[in-house]
Design a protein. Structure first.
Length: 245
């Protein structure tokens, strides 16, 4: 059975979608079959980051009862990676029922090694339904105290809800001299620090091109960090990476 991992945060703009895309592709490069799911029903953009912008059927159609889940799964150009995109127009958002997310996503675990779920920020109903579609969660935070404390609160709530919090990613580290250091962030979060992703212009450049940085520039510092994150996830799962990737 595959692992269902929600990517979550306490604030928007921390890099959940970027992490979802790059982690999914990195795991695919390591020989694992991966499904990336855009469960951010109101601010969807995972499909744009992963180079699919013409999907006719989305998770919104499934949650509205207008389509079967199989029809919303798309093969990407990235090795071993499929994608369930979300719609970006308000009409689809209005019709979709976020309460159906867990029952829609959980059965997909039988077809993949990993299902990586891009979730909305915070603890509102749509965010909770998305996060509870997974069994495990990776938290994403930036090196700012308000962001770290908000994300810590999300982790506490998810633990109480029964999810296994694997750890957190300190994303975009090094933007300013006032960034919270990794060891201090780990002390506040009281969770394992899985990886530090440095501030890297290549990550933004890759996003603008619609190609995640692990594919766009594998030698960049950002790409190396996301590949390390994938290695940490495999280690936690007790799995081995394919030697060549």
């Amino acid at each position: 059975m595959g692992r269902l991992i929600s990517i979550a945060s306490g604030k928007g703009g921390t890099g959940k979608t970027t992490t979802t895309a790059n982690l999914s592709i990195a795991l695919g490069k390591m020989g694992k079959k991966v499904l990336a799911v855009d469960a951010d029903l109101t601010m969807a953009n995972l499909s744009l980051v992963m180079g699919i912008d013409d999907a006719e059927t989305t998770i919104h159609d499934v949650l509205a009862g207008d389509a079967d889940i199989e029809g919303s799964i798309y093969h990407t150009s990235f090795e071993n990676v499929d994608l369930i995109p979300a719609a970006i127009d308000w009409e689809h958002v209005r019709k979709a029922d976020p309460r159906k997310l867990p029952g829609t996503i959980k059965p997909l675990r039988g077809d993949y090694d990993f299902v990586i779920i891009d979730c909305p920020a915070g603890l509102q109903m749509d965010a909770m339904n998305a996060m509870l579609s997974g069994d495990e969660v990776i938290l994403i935070t930036n090196p700012e105290i308000s962001c770290i404390t908000d994300t810590m609160k999300v982790g506490i709530v998810l633990k109480k809800a029964g999810l296994a919090v694997l750890g957190f990613v300190l994303n975009r580290y090094g933007r300013t001299d006032n960034d919270i250091p990794p060891d201090a962030a780990e002390d506040v979060m009281e969770l394992p620090l899985l990886v530090v992703v440095p501030e890297d212009p290549k990550v933004r450049e890759a996003t603008l091109e619609g190609v995640p940085v692990v594919e766009y520039d594998p030698d960049s510092e950002g790409a190396k960090a996301f590949m390390k994150l994938a290695e940490e996830v495999l280690k936690i799962a007790g799995l081995k990476a394919r030697v060549m990737y």
